[in-house]
Design a protein around this ligand. Structure first.
Ligand code: AMP
Length: 430
């Protein structure tokens, strides 16, 4: 009988990799707790209408990527209801916020979630049909301060802290403002006008977007269309005074807490609900994500609650692609390991310094990369230095010098072995 396999674009996560997933989630929970976030868990499927209204009919997600079905139902009341596996979690969180009247107390709500999302995208490295997001939302009635630029900066500073704590190297924060809903509408109209005479020169996808959702044209990676895109009007010229001021405050707050960012005028993001601040964190090429270098994205959504029939509840949130975060951590750890020196030689006492240097010289002549510690280091300090710099550590004490048998510690394997001096170069090369 044929073997059954996981559906294309979905995958099993197995030990020991799941340990890394748990470590990432535990770190995220610890960081979120320090900023006052509580966990929310919403259903994995929701009424299709939630995403149609919340994410937007014209987005790629809603128009072609959702897993939607008509429920067979048991009671007449739910027969034929259209249901969808959630493609993202913000709409579900805002629905829950409205349904449970979470804004009634006038308090700012700070909520985080960790869970699977589903999109029918073309599977590739870093892009799956079931993927995981770690996300958070800050929302509340206007009098709770939910509109304040301080909230945007706090969320961004928290993300910087989380990525640093996880050890993600070289991340880059791209930042923009898409203005109020009115600014956005004026800008969309301007883009549509600017695109009308040239859109026939663009790829098929962009020709369609130019009509249905011109903001999406800016996201396009199509190389042939970049010249036209670079010449399009910029959103910054369409922001009203209040949005300009809000954006200036976000940037000033980030400057004051030392979070670096790059303003990227083309960063508008695909979902309909974004207003004002939008952002994306990327990692450098070679971080294991192939062409999918966006680690996380988010922004402000001041009108979303009203779009879902709720009260005014401005908010800001983000979603980290957990699969991509894990791939990045794995690739960066492998790269750091590959860059390490072959060995660190640790003399046990200054009396062994000369012997250690002579051993280093011999091994370097054999072509190995070697660092030498100092005999005045305590063993613990030697271990720490060696673990950072090299794959292995060679201990040179009195016994080792007299017997010609050296003690070698292999950090990755966590093993300590005895090696005769004549075989040392070969052992370190392994
Ligand atoms: P979005 O909800 O589209 O703003 O995406 C937020 C983050 O989720 C992205 O920056 C990615 O890291 C991640 N993401 C989105 N779609 C996928 C996917 N199909 N597979 C893996 N990660 C994804």
């Amino acid at each position: 009988m044929a073997i059954l396999k996981a559906v294309r674009g979905t995958r099993d996560l197995l030990p020991p990799e799941t340990e890394l997933w748990n470590r990432v989630e535990a770190t995220a929970r610890a960081v979120f707790a320090r900023y006052g976030f509580g966990e929310i868990r919403t259903p994995v499927f929701e009424p299709t209408e939630l995403f149609a209204r919340g994410v937007g009919e014209e987005t790629d997600i809603v128009s072609k990527e959702m897993y939607t079905w008509e429920d067979r139902g048991r009671a007449d009341s739910d027969k034929g209801q259209s249901l969808t596996l959630r493609p993202e979690n913000t709409a579900g969180v805002v629905r829950a916020y409205i349904e449970h009247k979470m804004g009634d107390a006038g308090m700012l709500q700070k909520l985080f979630y960790i869970g699977p999302q589903f999109r029918r995208e073309r599977p590739q490295r870093g892009r799956y049909r079931q993927f995981w997001q770690i996300g958070a939302e800050v929302l509340g009635p206007a009098w709770s301060g939910s509109e304040s630029a301080l909230r945007d900066a706090e969320v961004l500073e928290m993300l910087a802290a989380l990525l640093n704590e996880l050890g993600v190297k070289g991340w880059r924060l791209a930042l923009n403002s898409v203005g109020s809903a009115t600014d956005r509408a004026r800008y969309s109209a301007a883009l549509r006008d600017a695109l009308a005479p040239v859109k026939h020169l663009m790829c098929e996808d962009n020709q369609r977007r130019a009509e249905t959702n011109p903001l999406r044209v800016l996201d396009s990676k199509d190389p042939g269309d970049q010249e036209i895109i670079n010449g399009l009007p910029k959103i910054a010229d369409y922001l009203d005074e209040a949005s300009q001021e809000h954006f200036a405050q976000v940037k000033a707050a980030l400057d004051s807490c030392g979070v670096e960012y790059v303003v990227e005028p083309r960063l508008v993001r695909g979902l309909d609900y974004y207003t004002r601040t939008t952002f994306e964190f990327t990692v450098p090429d070679g971080s294991g994500l192939g062409t999918q270098n966006a680690l996380l994205g988010g922004g402000r959504y001041d009108g979303l609650s009203e779009m879902l029939g709720g009260p005014k509840a401005p908010g800001i949130g983000f979603a980290i692609g957990e699969d991509r975060l894990i791939l990045t951590l794995q690739a960066q750890a492998a790269e750091a390991e590959a860059k390490k020196m072959d060995a660190f030689i640790a003399p046990m006492g200054v009396g062994q310094n000369a012997a250690a240097l002579s051993l280093a010289s011999e091994l370097r002549r054999a072509g190995l990369s070697i660092e030498v510690g100092d005999g005045s280091f305590r063993l613990k300090k030697s271990f720490e230095a060696a673990d950072k710099l090299a794959r292995k550590m060679v201990i040179v004490g009195e016994d080792e010098v007299s017997s010609g048998i050296l003690t070698v510690k292999d950090f990755a394997a966590g093993e300590q072995t005895k090696v005769p001096r004549a075989e040392l170069a070969a052992a370190l090369r392994q």
